[in-house]
Ligand binder design. Structure first.
Ligand code: ADP
Ligand code: MG
Length: 242
């Protein structure tokens, strides 16, 4: 699904990722862990081709297509969805407007408005989101928890094949985290996407169970293991890896 090879990434001329390698197969869940500021979000932003993140070496391949020369819009259309730590607010553009445009951009024929509305309503019911949210500006004036639920709406509507979850737990209380994680796992069971999840906390990995756990240090993965590695970090912190 995703192959990152020998990736170097610079932000403001500072090298953040160096010789970074990661392979995610179809339907696998990978967790990326590491202390603050080590470059975890940079991995997601490089995949999405965020403009400040300059790829100076290496390749990113998604479903056998090299994507590091594409722009964010093209990458998103291929089926990668990034839920960032702080989802962006877009004033003046409603969820429904954006989703309709995005869904039409992903298909040959224009989506029938009745079909679109039906799907919106079904998804709102499924994720327990008030239908009034469809007509609200994207993430505008929403609480931390509402923003993440709003991202779920986008996820279920756009049906990505690879999901990047960057500190999904930030801004969520324990109950909201359970609801959002459960919805992501329901999506996982139904559509079998691949998932890259970035977190400091083990708790979320009890909900979204990773096949692999990786530790990032000095710009690349220094250790990989199964879920027991996350338990070990919870017990001892990152001190053994600093
Ligand atoms: N847009 C940016 N401008 C300046 N520095 C940045 C930017 N993005 C990331 N950095 C720097 O790159 C390093 C890695 O950041 P990040 O990937 O966000 O870390 P993590 O997600 O692991 O906490 C940090 O030192 C951070 O300050
Ligand atoms: Mg981060």
């Amino acid at each position: 699904m995703l192959a990152i090879k020998n990736l170097n990434v610079q932000v403001l001329n500072q090298e953040i990722l160096k010789n970074f390698n990661l392979n995610i197969q179809d339907g696998e869940i990978h967790a990326l862990m590491g202390p603050n500021g080590v470059g975890k979000s940079t991995v997601c932003k490089a995949i999405m081709k965020s403009p400040e993140y300059e790829i100076t070496n290496g390749t990113i391949t998604f479903q056998d297509q090299q994507i590091n020369h594409l722009n964010t819009d093209e990458i998103s259309k291929l089926g990668i969805y990034y839920i960032s730590q702080n989802p962006t607010t877009i004033e003046g553009v409603s969820n429904a407007e954006m989703l309709r445009m995005a869904m039409n951009a992903r298909r040959e024929e224009q989506l029938n408005i009745f079909e679109f509305n039906k799907k919106c309503n079904e998804i709102c019911e499924k994720i327990n989101l008030p239908k009034s949210f469809l007509h609200r500006a994207i993430n505008d004036g929403m609480s931390g928890g509402e923003k993440k639920k709003n991202e779920l709406l986008h996820l279920w509507m756009l049906e990505p094949k690879l999901i990047l979850l960057d500190e999904l737990d930030s801004g969520l209380d324990i109950d909201a985290l359970k609801i959002v994680s459960a919805s992501i796992m329901e999506y996982y069971q139904e559509k079998k996407p691949s998932i890259l999840i970035i977190t400091h906390h083990n708790q979320i990995l009890e909900e979204i169970k990773p096949d692999w756990v990786h530790i990032l240090k000095n710009g690349h993965i220094i250790k990989s293991g199964d879920k027991s590695l996350a338990h070990e970090i919870e017990k001892n912190g990152f001190k053994d890896y600093l």
